[in-house]
Design a protein around this ligand. Structure first.
Ligand code: PGA
Ligand code: ZN
Length: 423
């Protein structure tokens, strides 16, 4: 056991070129933990607040000095002297001090940075790899190790790439029983095959926010799925057996709350919820789909169960903006059968404990959880990988290129090697 001795935060840069923050927690024993936080480009409205300075003279208002100041003063004075092993108590303490439903006072970014750094400091104290310490501190018993499969964003549009497609992400999810490193290799071979297909189609192979291809001139919202199936085949794998297609529509971004219609600009369509579900329906039969995510808006709760019915158990429907890693919203989604899986983003929740509670609730109900990177500002922190390993998540969703993405896959392969060497 060791008490928190010091907490220190600093401003760093995230992948989009705007600031984020990094926290160092030091324990009385000398153990140290560091963590940085990411944030989204197409964030859900109920996510924990990313507290920004709003001072237009610095980074166009996107500085994080206020959040950093909250860490270095209020949070530090409240937490110094607490036992670092008491993760849940520490997170609850910050929630209590903040006192708002969306972490608007201290900032979810400030709270999360501290929460994660405390956890790493205690893992260091106990000389345990983070994924093992996470199991210990949250009382996850012996459930074996089942490493998450990569769900890699291959083509991106929407808010991530100047709306080249209305739907935000087209992914490839590994299927079958390969090892993590074999899955990574397969996915990157598929990515390479996709590059050749796009080139042959005279489409650009420049990449968007998440390191996926983001070409202008894609003919329809369906076309990327054809490309992905062809890429899986061309790389020498079997669609639907070795790898399937994942779609994140991020539909809140093209939903008009006033007209209650979905605006598919690429195809000049305005669809009601029922019409949008009917628009998706042929894809469910036609493509080897692994998962679908946010196919309807976060403001369209009533229609989500109809989408679950349309999928009819063929694959999971993942909630992202709908549930924003909030255990109450996730419990509601499970209860009314609005979704059958949850995307996990640490900064949506704003503390580690609240994030873990969402994963554990998914496990209780035998539902899939998928820890994810962020499209706006991602950092080199790999916490989400250890988290996914700790709770046996089925997938991690991370982009294929750019250092802040590939570090996650490198961490996954390293964990696999560590676990293999133990046997
Ligand atoms: P974001 O989007 O991180 O940019 O909000 C990613 C997603 O919707 O999954
Ligand atoms: Zn999403």
């Amino acid at each position: 056991m060791s008490k928190i001795k010091n907490i220190y935060a600093r401003e760093i840069l995230a992948s989009g070129g705007a600031p984020s923050l990094e926290v160092t927690v030091t324990l009385e024993s000398g153990s140290i933990g560091e963590a940085s936080v990411s944030y989204g480009a197409s964030a859900g409205s109920k996510e924990a607040t990313v507290l920004l300075d709003g001072d237009k003279a610095r980074y166009g208002g996107k500085g994080m000095l206020n959040a950093i100041n909250n860490i270095n003063t209020t949070i530090k004075s409240a937490l110094v002297g607490m036992e670092a092993v008491e993760q849940r108590v520490i997170d609850n303490k910050m929630i209590e001090i903040d006192g708002t439903i969306n972490k608007a006072v201290l900032g979810g970014n400030a709270m999360l940075g501290v929460s994660l750094a405390v956890c790493r400091a205690q893992a260091d104290e106990e000389k345990m790899p983070l994924y093992k310490y996470l199991r210990k501190v949250y009382g996850i018993g012996e459930i074996g190790w089942k490493l998450p499969k990569p769900m890699i964003v291959m083509i991106e549009g929407g808010k991530h790439a100047d709306e080249t497609t209305d739907l935000q992400e087209f992914m490839v999810g590994a299927m079958g029983n390969k090892t993590a490193s074999e899955n990574v290799r397969m996915e990157m071979e598929i990515y390479d095959a996709l590059k050749k297909i796009l080139k042959a189609e005279k489409l650009s192979t420049n990449v968007g926010n998440e390191g996926a291809f983001a070409p202008n001139g894609i003919a329809s919202n369906e076309k990327p799925m054809e490309y992905l199936v062809a890429a899986i085949t061309n790389a020498g794998y079997i669609p639907g057996v070795d790898a399937g297609v994942g779609i994140d529509a991020a539909a809140s971004e093209f939903y008009n709350e006033e007209t209650k219609k979905y605006e598919l600009k690429l195809e000049g369509k305005e669809l009601t919820s029922e019409e949008l579900i009917a628009y998706y329906k042929p894809w469910i039969e036609k493509y080897p789909i692994a998962t679908m995510e946010d196919m309807l808006s976060e403001f369209d709760w009533d229609n989500w169960p109809k989408m679950v019915e349309a999928i009819n158990g063929k694959f999971p429907l993942i909630a992202d903006d709908l549930t924003v890693t909030n255990v109450k919203l996730w419990a509601k989604a499970i209860e009314i059968k609005a979704a059958t899986a949850i995307l996990i983003k640490l900064n949506q929740a704003g503390t580690l404990t609240e994030t873990m509670d969402c994963c554990l609730l998914a496990n209780e109900h035998n539902l899939l959880s998928m820890p994810s990177h962020r499209g706006g500002g991602e950092t080199n922190d790999t916490f989400l990988v250890d988290l996914a390993v700790a709770v046996n998540s089925a997938y991690i969703k991370v982009g294929p290129t750019r250092g802040e993405r590939v570090c996650k896959y490198n961490r996954l392969m390293r964990i696999e090697e560590e676990l293999r060497n133990e046997q």
